[in-house]
Design a protein around this ligand. Sequence first.
Ligand SMILES: NC(=O)c1ccc[n+]([C@@H]2O[C@H](COP(=O)([O-])OP(=O)(O)OC[C@H]3O[C@@H](n4cnc5c(N)ncnc54)[C@H](OP(=O)(O)O)[C@@H]3O)[C@@H](O)[C@H]2O)c1
Length: 309
Amino acid sequence: MSKLITVFGATGQQGGSVIRTIQQDDTLSQEFKIRGLTRDASKPAAQALVKQGVEVKTANMNSKESLVEALQGSHSVFLVTTPDWGNAGSDAELIHGKNVADAAKEAGVQHLIFSSLLNVTETSGGRLKHVPHFDHKAKVEEYIRSIGVPATFVLPGYFMTNYTVFGMLRKGDDGVYNLAYPVGKDAQFPLIDIASDMGKYVAAALKNRSEVLGLQLLAAADYYSPTRILAEFESVTGKETRYVQVDSDTYKSFIPGPMGQEMLENHLFVENPGYFNGRSLKESHALLEKSGYQVTSWEDFLKQSKDSL
Ligand SMILES: NC(=O)c1ccc[n+]([C@@H]2O[C@H](COP(=O)([O-])OP(=O)(O)OC[C@H]3O[C@@H](n4cnc5c(N)ncnc54)[C@H](OP(=O)(O)O)[C@@H]3O)[C@@H](O)[C@H]2O)c1
């Protein structure tokens, strides 16, 4: 274990996935010691990491000083940032990402793996300007590139848990599960089982560092249309479903506050030009397979979460 990897968001879904994958991988578990960062080392999720043999350290992306100290000695770093939901106009996520990038540069980090996304404003040619949780990540990616920290960008697809945990598939009074989106039933959603699969892409990046420096890996099992999402849900669970395409105002009425416009434009982006701007998942899947990993399909995910649905 000659190298240290420091993981942001260690108590959350993506960072947690990265830690579990490295610990379960025969090669990486020998190669890397893991440091997990949290704002509160006393919380149960942080304590659970200590029991798993992770070195837990306190750091806050708000504070540059805490970051330089937290990244000391790190060969690699996994970074996930989170939006300042409910605070319209806030650029906290962008500042957090830049703070970590600066600290990584100062600490001489050799591989920063950032959970990035596309710039919706630019990719849509200015048609969709209100999706800061995508745009800020793309700007952090741009900043990391500009200051020359060796990096790889893993872009997670649309979380499968959005349907199960966040209740996007809702049981109606008639017992039928409804999926309502402001897009057509053929729009293409790149789905990922985030807790299981995010770590696989990060592990693949660690195993193939020189090959993936500067690249974007697209992290998703496949592109799924709402039609396919519901057909597979019905076949695994035996429950009846219905797809409802709603207009923009109706969709926004589901989500109070400025998040309504953001989520609306986020979904319009999925339809056109596309969550990954129409790019194929082929190369990212090839890298994953070469590194000894398989993606989790929507069907597999449903089979595993069937009892909680
Ligand atoms: N839902 C989707 O379909 C989708 C798709 C693509 C990307 N995303 C993006 O995924 C991200 C969420 O990832 P996730 O599900 O892994 O998040 P999560 O489970 O909510 O975890 C967030 C982590 O960030 C840490 N954190 C928050 N603020 C921090 C700060 N100021 N300094 C240091 N650490 C901080 C938290 O650690 P402590 O609380 O322990 O400090 C926590 O571990 C969001 O940016 C979202 O935009 C979502």
